[in-house]
Design a protein around this ligand. Structure first.
Ligand code: ASP
Ligand code: MG
Length: 413
């Protein structure tokens, strides 16, 4: 018998039939003797519909009123699910975030949780009730309704699991787990049985489609065992955990992440003297443009080329800033490239293995793919390549690091 927090996303509760299926599922867990707290999202499409309604009233809707409006989506689902459970003879009670109380700061539309009251929930559980809580919302110290940012129901679930010291936080969604890479690019991509919080965060571009990354960070901080599962297909899903497993079990590379979100800018022939990096990146950050990768190469003539990447959406603005920098520094000029892609290999196993980066570079060389930028962290090696080689690169790396193969199962021996 365990205390489990289960979160059902928008598509899982997208129709009344689906809410009924979720109720069947929850009732099944209850009958196994578990204590269940359910966190629900709004029915799929509902939050977007409410946002559009708000914008038809006010070009830039008042954040406070926006939160009052958006919190209603989850409130509908929580009541419907409770009704479906009660109809099945399963005692249930629903609460808004405010009623629980999920207390947040007062930053409307992206509030952060500061405190959770658990008394009410624990009391209901003691009386054998399933507790259904509206995701994505809370209230500030003054009692104003707040919301946690889009996708915030994941965070509600993790925060509740942490506060209740739940045995597991299960995120039910429309995929059956976290994959070694995007199955649309590599057919042989495999569902991972487990992945660490760190790896999940590094897998960002792939992982964020499955889970709100803020929820992963939160789970890591409070060591909440998090499991991603398919709502309507049985299976073990993927466990996201602090535990790295034994060195024998853990593969060197757990997954391959990639994105096409970045663009590259190179300022050519800047003076190779102290202070140049900040004279370039200072104005960029002043323009609120976030920089990801940075490289500088010095030439023999006391000049250097300075390259960095930004989000593609910021590219035009970055070019405008760079034109000014070129003039100010009396540089030779600049080049920009939006047709790049970033590919990363991720794995905690890299900590105990040498030569992993080189294995990656070798695989790319064999495919004739030129590496433009490299960056590394303890558990990740990322490269920038031409966008047209992205899929080739991901497939080659997936094979080289043996991600198509089932890992050796200790227990099966
Ligand atoms: N309903 C909210 C959204 O669509 C929160 C969530 O689903 O997690 O962003
Ligand atoms: Mg979601």
């Amino acid at each position: 018998m365990a205390l489990i927090v289960q979160k059902f996303g928008g598509t899982s509760v997208g129709t009344s039939e689906r809410i009924q299926s979720v109720a069947d599922k929850v009732q099944g867990f209850r009958e196994q003797g578990h204590d269940i707290v359910v966190v629900v999202s709004a029915m799929s499409g509902e939050t977007n519909r409410l946002v559009a309604l708000a914008q038809s009233m006010q070009a830039e809707p008042s954040p406070r009123e926006m939160d009052v409006l958006l919190s209603t989506g989850e409130q509908v689902t929580m009541a419907l699910l409770s009704m479906a459970l009660i109809e099945r003879g399963c005692p249930a009670v629903s609460y808004t975030g405010s009623q629980v109380a999920i207390v947040t700061d007062d930053v409307h539309t992206k509030a952060r949780i500061t405190h959770i009251g658990t008394e009410r929930i624990l009391n209901d559980l003691r009386h054998g009730r399933v507790v259904v809580v509206a995701g994505f919302q809370g209230r500030d110290e003054q009692g104003n309704i707040t919301t946690l940012g889009r996708g915030g129901s994941d965070t509600t679930a993790v925060a509740l699991a942490a506060a209740l010291k739940a045995d597991e936080c299960q995120i039910y969604t429309d995929v059956d787990g976290v994959y070694t890479t995007d199955p649309r690019v590599v057919q042989d991509a495999r569902r991972l049985d487990r992945i660490t919080f760190e790896e999940m965060l590094e897998m960002a571009s792939q992982g964020s489609k499955v889970l709100q990354l803020r929820a992963v960070e939160f789970a890591g901080k409070y060591n909440v065992n998090l499991r991603v599962l398919h709502t309507f297909q049985d299976g073990p899903g993927t466990l996201i955990t602090l535990d790295e497993g034994s060195a024998m079990e853990s593969p060197v590379v757990s997954g391959i992440a990639f994105n096409r979100d970045e663009a590259k800018l190179t300022i050519k022939g800047v003076p190779d003297v102290p202070g140049v990096a900040t004279r370039i990146l200072g104005p960029i950050s002043k323009a609120s443009i976030e920089v990801d990768m940075i490289v500088q190469n010095a030439a023999e003539d006391n000049t250097a080329d300075f390259t960095f990447t930004v989000h593609r959406n910021d590219y035009r603005r970055a070019v405008a800033v760079v034109e000014q920098i070129v003039a100010d520094l009396d540089a030779r000029g600049y080049e920009g490239d939006t047709k790049i892609a970033k590919v990363s290999i991720v794995g905690v196993g890299m900590r105990s293995h040498v030569g992993v980066a080189n294995q990656m570079f070798e695989a790319l060389a064999e495919e004739g793919i030129n590496i433009q930028i490299i960056s590394t962290s303890e558990i990740k090696v990322a490269v920038v390549i031409a966008e047209k080689y992205l899929e080739l690169a991901v497939r080659a790396l997936h094979t080289v690091f043996e991600l198509d193969r089932e890992p050796i199962d200790d227990e099966g021996v």
